[in-house]
Design a protein around this ligand. Sequence first.
Ligand SMILES: [Mg+2]
Length: 273
Amino acid sequence: MIEESIRPALPIVVMTDLDGTLLDHDNYSTAAAKPALTWLHTHQIPLIFNTSKTYNEVYQLRRTLDNHDPFVCENGSAIFIPKAEGTGYNTEFIGLRYSAILKVLHQLRQQGFHFRGFNDMPATEVAALTGLSIEDAHSAKSRDGTEPVLWQGSEAELVAFKLALTEHKLQLLEGGRFLHVMSQVDKAEGVIFFRHHYQELWQANPIVIALGDSDNDRAMLEAADYPIVIPGKKSTLKINNSAVQYATSHGPKGWNQTLLPLLEQLLKETRSG
Ligand SMILES: [Mg+2]
């Protein structure tokens, strides 16, 4: 069930948001985070992506960064753990599966709500709306637990729609371009899951460091032992956790500048017992 792994000298797990956090907001580069990424690799510390992206979207980045650790997709709704044999994943779905969400949406449409979701759109339409390539639009359309929709009804109907979703144990998250229909879960599911996972694997309580920049990272950051807030493009998230550190630079640069000294400090503390 669990991947082959040895307990690192430091029982640390680093969990990170991607867009605007590990990835540069504009060019998606991770270059400025290279020293900290290398440090984690050298010390065999798991780096867990916890993102609103889909499995296919994360897959490419894991290849690029030679990352073999577990990851969390679609805002805490799907958890992927590489199998020990080296092929495939063990998966945990938190909340309703995508097919069940589509079924609810179908019902609500029958009841007269007007919206258009990724499942209703060909890849060309998703590409046109998001600016993604057709290939990336296919990746974005392949989903496990959240459905982005464009709202086509009135504001009053939207209020009724939200209420109807709640009755199905679903919620509506407002994103930049889309509304996201999903289970009542958030990125903290990843922290809860992997605390348990690594405690079993290492027989030691893992220290969880989490990095994020947006409101959908709040629950993950507040559940972590050492949260690092990366400044957002317009404003900086304020979170309720006394151990919080606020990076002074954006994206991967802030990621590196704040994470590396924290790791060094935790290593020093462990060595001096
Ligand atoms: Mg982000």
